[in-house]
Design a protein around this ligand. Structure first.
Ligand code: HEC
Length: 155
């Protein structure tokens, strides 16, 4: 049956392709879904009591960090010497004055490959990412940055 011989590889290809597509979508959905139990587990830092809304911000910030910043600063905030991206873990900027931290992310250092995010990310997303950085990897500032703090420093 020549007809079948032509069709079989196509059918197999379509089958494999669609199952890959379905599994990758499922993985995607589950990693973005918010779970309060998981969030409480992730942010059980020194038994600090986070409000539910704060945990949501930190988890959202984590997601956005991985998408926007982790490529250069490392998934664990360890930095990347090759491109001169400093570690954000154990970085005094993360624990000090939030204004300095916010300004650097808004304005970037374009000549030194740190992008300016003022025209890339909105106040909500920047507040979430910066809150995340200030509390992840043992930075433990216990501060959540407000959208209004970002807005004030936009120029
Ligand atoms: C293309 C690579 C790249 C990306 C993407 C990137 N950065 Fe950077 N970042 C850098 C480099 C390089 C520096 C160091 C600039 C310098 O020499 O002062 C830096 C510096 C910083 C600093 C200052 C650190 C310090 O100790 O002075 C902060 C804070 C920062 N980045 C946050 C972020 C955030 C938040 C994001 C995502 C929204 C991000 N970066 C995305 C490359 C990057």
């Amino acid at each position: 049956m020549p007809y079948f011989h032509v069709q079989k590889p196509v059918i197999i290809f379509v089958f494999i392709f669609s199952s890959l597509l379905i599994t990758s979508c499922q993985r995607d959905n589950s990693s973005h879904a918010f779970s309060m139990d998981k969030a409480k587990d992730n942010w059980n830092t020194n038994n600090h009591t986070w409000k539910e809304s704060q945990l949501k911000t930190l988890e959202y910030g984590h997601h956005l960090y991985q998408l926007n910043c982790g490529g250069c600063h490392g998934a664990k905030g360890q930095g990347q010497h090759l491109i001169g991206a400093p570690a954000l873990k154990n970085n005094s900027l993360m624990k000090g004055d939030p204004q300095q931290h916010i300004k650097i992310v808004l304005q970037g250092k374009p000549k030194r490959s740190m992008p300016a995010y003022k025209n890339i990310l909105n106040n909500k997303n920047l507040a979430a990412i910066i809150s995340y950085e200030r509390n992840a990897w043992g930075n433990n500032s216990y501060q959540i940055i407000k959208e209004s703090q970002i807005q004030q420093l936009r120029k």
